[in-house]
Design a protein. Sequence first.
Lengths: 109, 255
Amino acid sequence: MSRSSRAVVTMPKTAKKGEVFSIRAIVQHDMESGFRHTEQGVRVPRDIIRSFICTYNGNEVFKADLHSGVGSNPLFIFYAKADQSGTFEFKWQGDNNYLTIVNQAITVS
Amino acid sequence: MIKRQLAHLGVLCFVFVLAIPSYADQRQSTTALMTPSNQAMQKDINLNPALFWIMDGETLWGDRSNPAGKACVDCHQDVKQSMKGVAATFPKRVQGKLLNLEGQINQCRTSRQQAPAFAYESKPLLALSTLIAYQSRGLPIAASTDPAVEPDYKKGQSVYFQRIGQLNLSCAQCHDDRAGLKLASSTIPQGHPTAYPIYRIEWQGVGSLQRRLRNCVSAVRAEQYAYGSAELTALELYLMRRANGMQIESPGVRP
């Protein structure tokens, strides 16, 4: 995998204070498990995303550790509660210095 | 005399009215056999992992790094306008040769861009075919009715009904005669190519219709058809005409 890749986050741009809304975050990654071999018998080295962290104005709201069993292009769907206007940061980190960050602003009324 | 002709015409019309709807009603997209979560993943493009192939395809659409210095966009302009409904009409005869969508992309690539053809199932080829097929989502399949493709259609039909392999099975024996029954735990689909290229979770990626057809060929333990071979492309044509008028759902999501 390249050092970074495409990621798409789907969430509302505006919300009412106290409202619970869903966030969907999908990232492009081959998630090479490290258990596969080429036709010549050479092991394909592991290359996976290791962690996914979502922060809301700097506070962690969702975190996941990923392992070899997770399939390619992992998708997370989770919920957050609107508190105050600000930014959601989505950060995927992995093997070979892989890093993808997406920021999404939200206006809370 | 005229009265008799009219009577014949009447019988003919009656037969048509009787035959066409009953045929159409029995056809079912394989999407209907998917779990609700897979259906939702396919329907909502922001959940569909094939989205990344579409995005890669959009980048390639404007890529001028080839010997001719020409991007797809230079001739075809906006993909959303120019490629609408295009995937619904392939395979068809182009300069005397039956080409599927992938073949047409490579034909453009070698002649207009003067670049080497993309390998079958390579990421750039799948990215472009997924991008183009996505522009036909929701439109009906309009298979080629060009008289020049008749021999190809006949060939595709014979491939479909030909028993092959150690298991001595034809496509028709499963997908016509036993569609809706079980093969192990999964329901045998009718095999309409409405959602290709598909994101198959088992493949961990996007694959073409020919990859899926080759899966079946190896499953019946038959000698494999090559990618882009006349047999597979003719079979694609037969399947498209068999699914004529059904809605395109590309890119599909399959388990």
